[in-house]
Design a protein around this ligand. Structure first.
Ligand code: PEP
Ligand code: MG
Length: 322
């Protein structure tokens, strides 16, 4: 099986009945791109930019960020790159920013909430990104915002992007949001009108839907992204997006699980972004499946009452052939 995966990893993740799912890699640095491409990535679906801040003792300035984004685009040679604006707070603490201590940082000033309060973090990053867009193949670069909860956040962030784009006379860049707060999934049909795409962060969406700290030593194993409550939130997100002709991706850990990838595809997710080493197994599973069978699988999963019952539907790729 492994040998066959190696052989097929350069092929598209196209189901037997001809439905192609876009496969991205979660990659943070330009030097990681060649490995991702060799595993079969078709682009980068999540660049976590907080790593530019976490791996050092100070904040990278606008010019340094610009060079990094440009190097990512160069390494990808015209393939798509989705850069996530800084997601700091919660599990991603950056000591050198000296942010106020919070009793409950997962429910505090994190992600988009922090960006909106700290223009000194948001604006240099957006300027660097729009400068990079001038060098990019049209449409190759997209920007997305983490931890979006409300329409007001989306509108405000869009306005900042529009202003910076105009100041720099840069091309338009598709703007998306992470769906990782249940409120955003429930209001997906409202938010979809104001964004170009959604990328579901199932790690956080699961944490917030099930009220389980994703890093909890005892409970984290129960934070299953295939819990039927999470699947229904994903389905709502896809329905809301489809109503306005937007696409939905998933960049949380479950996208890299072959059964998870099959189920997400059946739920209408169009793009999956994952750790590079997970790509061959996911492609293999999708290529052995048919979209018709995956739709049926998704319907059965949505009707399940427990995460265990959803997991029990995994009969291997054979059950998804159709
Ligand atoms: C997620 O929450 O699923 C996600 C992709 O973002 P992160 O893991 O960086 O919080
Ligand atoms: Mg997240």
């Amino acid at each position: 099986r492994k040998a066959r995966q190696e052989e097929r990893r350069g092929l598209p993740a196209r189901t037997r009945d001809g439905h192609a799912v876009e496969i991205g890699a979660n990659v943070n640095r330009p030097d990681q791109v060649p490995v991702a491409l060799s595993q079969g990535a078709e682009g980068v679906g999540l660049m976590r930019t907080e790593f530019l801040f976490l791996e050092r003792g100070d904040a990278p300035g606008e010019d340094e960020q610009f060079e990094t984004y440009r190097a990512m685009l160069d390494a990808l040679d015209g393939r798509p790159l989705i850069v996530r604006a800084l997601d700091i707070g919660g599990d991603k603490q950056v000591p050198h920013l000296h942010l106020p201590h919070e009793e409950n940082p997962f429910l505090g000033v994190r992600g988009a909430r922090l960006l909106l309060r700290q223009p000194d973090l948001l604006e240099p990053q957006l300027r660097a990104l729009y400068r990079a867009a001038k060098h990019a193949k049209p449409g190759a670069l997209s920007i997305m915002f983490p931890m979006i909860t409300t329409l007001t956040e989306v509108e405000t962030l869009r306005a900042v992007c529009d202003r910076i784009r105009a100041e720099l006379d840069a091309p338009a860049v598709p703007l998306g949001i992470m769906v990782e707060v249940p409120a955003a999934a429930v209001l997906a049909d409202v938010l979809a009108r104001h964004v170009d795409f959604f990328s579901i962060g199932t790690n956080d969406l699961t944490q917030y839907a099930l009220a389980i700290d994703r890093q909890h030593p005892e409970l984290a194993a129960e934070a299953d992204s295939l819990h039927p409550a999470v699947l229904r939130l994903i389905r709502m997100t896809v329905e809301g997006a489809e109503r306005h002709g937007r696409w939905v991706g998933v960049c949380g850990g479950i996208a890299g699980d072959p059964f998870g990838a099959a189920l997400l595809t059946g739920l209408g997710v169009r793009e999956l972004s994952m750790t590079p080493r997970d790509i061959p197994g996911v492609k293999d599973r999708l290529r052995d499946s048919s979209l018709t069978a995956l739709h049926e699988l998704a319907q059965r999963a949505l009707a399940c009452e427990t995460a265990g019952a959803v997991r029990a539907l995994d009969g291997g790729a054979a059950g998804e052939g159709g």
